[in-house]
Design a protein. Structure first.
Length: 95
């Protein structure tokens, strides 16, 4: 029979294992697409996140378009919410 201390240790070990795949993602919404990538990347650096998902309000009202930007300033355009979710999941699992 396990005691409360053993269960707590198991939770801590599980959390430490999960930490290796944890990623911090921020979302940046701007009114206009002008300067969107530069503003989003600057925000990523300032906030020390792993990724930023950037989009403009105009792009959301005309369908869906977003950009995923990583620390190396690589830009990945996505054209649907499903594609965004898939890309974020892939990034988390591959890192």
């Amino acid at each position: 029979m396990e005691n409360a201390g053993t269960k707590e240790k198991q939770k801590i070990l599980y959390a430490e294992d999960q930490e290796s795949i944890a990623r911090l993602v921020q979302f940046k919404l701007e009114i206009s697409p002008k300067g969107l990538i530069d503003k989003a990347y600057a925000s990523l650096l300032r906030n020390k996140t792993d990724l930023v998902v950037a989009n403009a309000l105009n792009d959301l009202s005309a369908g869906y378009r977003a950009f995923i930007i990583d620390k190396e300033r690589r830009i990945y355009p996505v054209k649907s919410k499903f594609a965004l979710a898939r890309a974020l999941l892939d990034f988390t699992l591959s890192a």
